[in-house]
Design a binder for this molecule. Structure first.
Ligand SMILES: NC(=O)c1ccc[n+]([C@@H]2O[C@H](COP(=O)([O-])OP(=O)(O)OC[C@H]3O[C@@H](n4cnc5c(N)ncnc54)[C@H](OP(=O)(O)O)[C@@H]3O)[C@@H](O)[C@H]2O)c1
Length: 336
């Protein structure tokens, strides 16, 4: 294979589809079964434009006018080759405790179908099952996104079948009293990290891939004493639903998961515990295992919104019907 052909493959395929594409083209598989970094080293320069937007690099990238329900037979048969060469990866952020640890446990049990690897991302990541590949990364640091994208590029046949943007913390209290680093870190972790990770992983997704974004019932309406947190979770909710509408035609779905309080380390970090205690009196607690189960089922089914608790579904509806001052007054009355 010459350099021109190689560049063609790199521009038209994702990392992991080299082998299948090459086989289809009658080219020796060994010639291309190397990582992009190795190939780039050999040719002495970048093989494709990394700044190109994800759609330009996605395997399924129809423009709206090109969208069809069924792909042509040729495309279907070549994708059978691709399936065989795929490394099916689920990525879970905030996997070291609470809801993230539950998601990983259930994924390792096969709840989401067969997986080759589960990538867990948090500052204290560790190996919890043979499938797990831990990444000890701080997601408020932009270098972490590069590290994950590079790892995907270096994995032969990487196909992200699930990205669970779950890492998060919330600090309760008056905004004016909060240390500035808390607010900035919350904004970066809760909003920037899901946006960046979704953008970086989209080129490694295909039909059937799913994004599960952990929002919260705090997203339903602006929450005094949780101003940054509730606004950030609203961002996650709206971002997820809009993205789901954009990507649904190519069978990539994005689910916003809105749990109520869970007894996890989240509450240890939350600061003003009296506020947390009063709020949890209003919403009650739910089990992280059950939330993980519901979230994964909703993602598999391609649902845009998952509110696991029935009472919180009623609250969601109420916040849509009531004017904000009235909804807030009702919430304050209930919280005492
Ligand atoms: N618990 C609740 O009441 C509740 C309710 C609704 C929504 N949620 C949401 O559910 C999600 C999971 O929270 P949880 O309840 O499971 O809390 P948790 O037990 O405290 O877990 C939070 C996870 O986020 C990770 N994390 C925190 N800062 C990070 C950073 N800078 N970089 C990378 N990872 C980081 C933590 O790992 P390291 O410390 O190892 O980095 C941990 O794995 C969060 O998005 C939270 O907002 C929680």
């Amino acid at each position: 294979m010459n350099i021109r052909q190689l560049k063609f493959f790199c521009q038209t395929s994702l990392t992991g589809t080299f082998s299948a594409t090459a086989r289809d083209e009658g080219v020796t598989v060994q010639a291309v079964s190397k990582s992009i970094h190795e190939l780039e080293g050999e040719v002495g320069g970048p093989l494709f434009d990394r700044s190109a937007p994800p759609r330009a690099r996605m395997r399924v990238s129809p423009t709206p006018g090109e969208r069809t329900k069924r792909r042509p037979r040729a495309a279907r048969s070549s994708s059978r080759h691709t399936e065989a060469a795929m490394t099916r990866i689920a990525i879970v952020t905030g996997a070291s405790s609470g809801l993230g640890a539950e998601l990983v446990r259930q994924l390792a049990e096969g709840t989401f179908g067969p997986l080759d690897q589960i990538w867990t991302v948090s500052r204290h990541a560790r190996q919890t099952s043979p499938l797990v590949r831990p990444f000890a990364l701080d997601l408020t640091d932009p270098a972490s996104f590069d590290a994950l994208e590079d790892a995907l590029r270096e994995t032969p046949g990487a196909r992200v079948v699930l990205l669970a943007n779950n890492a998060g913390f919330g600090t309760f209290g008056d905004f004016a009293d909060m240390p500035a680093p808390d607010n900035a870190a919350m904004a970066r972790l809760l909003m920037l990290a899901p946006v960046e990770l979704t953008y970086r992983t989209l080129p490694f997704m295909g039909p059937g891939s799913r994004v599960l974004n952990v929002s919260s019932v705090a997203a339903f309406m602006p929450q005094p004493q949780l101003a940054t947190y509730s606004a950030a979770k609203r961002f996650v909710l709206d971002f997820s639903r809009a993205l789901d509408a954009e990507l649904g035609d190519v069978d990539i779905h994005v689910t916003a998961l809105c749990p109520r309080f869970m007894r996890t380390a989240f509450l240890d970090h939350a600061g003003a515990n009296d506020v947390a205690a009063r709020m949890s009196r209003l919403t009650g607690f739910e089990d992280a295992g059950r939330v993980a189960e519901r979230g994964l089922a909703a993602a598999r089914a391609g649902r845009a919104l998952c509110i696991p608790s029935a009472s919180m579904r009623a609250l969601y509806l109420a916040t849509k019907l009531l004017p904000y001052p009235l909804a807030l007054a009702a919430e304050r009355a209930l919280m005492g």
